[in-house]
Design a protein around this ligand. Sequence first.
Ligand code: GSH
Length: 203
Amino acid sequence: MMVTLYHAPNARSLRVLWALEELGVTAEVKTVPFPPRVKQPDYLAVSPAGTIPALVDGDRVLTESLAICEYLAAKHGSPLLVATDAPERPPFLEWLWYGESTLMTPISRMGRVSSLPVRGEAIDVVLADARDSLTVRLKSLEQRLEGRDFLVAGRLTLADISVGYPLHLIAVFGIDVPLGTRTRGYREHLRTRPAFVRAAAIK
Ligand SMILES: N[C@@H](CCC(=O)N[C@@H](CS)C(=O)NCC(=O)O)C(=O)O
């Protein structure tokens, strides 16, 4: 049975679409207006928090993008995962979480604050702080990429999909942060992968 993915353009469902393309697995994609908690309240029956993505697989519903990616990669026995007993497992976990916790935190703050119907000095201070935070946080990525094409295990893993997504958002939304040369090259390398290109074209 085909899984169903709830998606919105440029939302974290892009990670899942990308992983699906890398896996060669087809899903039914339901694109919802964003944010669905406001524009499509019946979506709350699928995901009570109203967040995107959600994956429905039979009776199972998952609503965390990285949990969904990990679930699908395990289900299809994919090298996008790193085995629990592999020496590269600890850095795999580190970079998998870095993408969502460390990079997405300031990016999400920028998105939320910019969408508020208020402007002014206080908002500018919050935005500048988020930008500074993102700038510093990107330094560990630049360092990690020294001598590496991928974050761990010498191949594309979910850690790259996790981190590639916020790097893609920085490009798409023109977020004004300085990116190191290695980070820039890595981002281009990921964003020109045929699987990424196909995933990003799904609206
Ligand atoms: N940690 C969750 C975050 C999900 C999330 O916040 N998604 C955003 C879109 S990328 C969203 O739906 N925001 C709208 C809202 O919070 O109402 C994940 O990785 O899936």
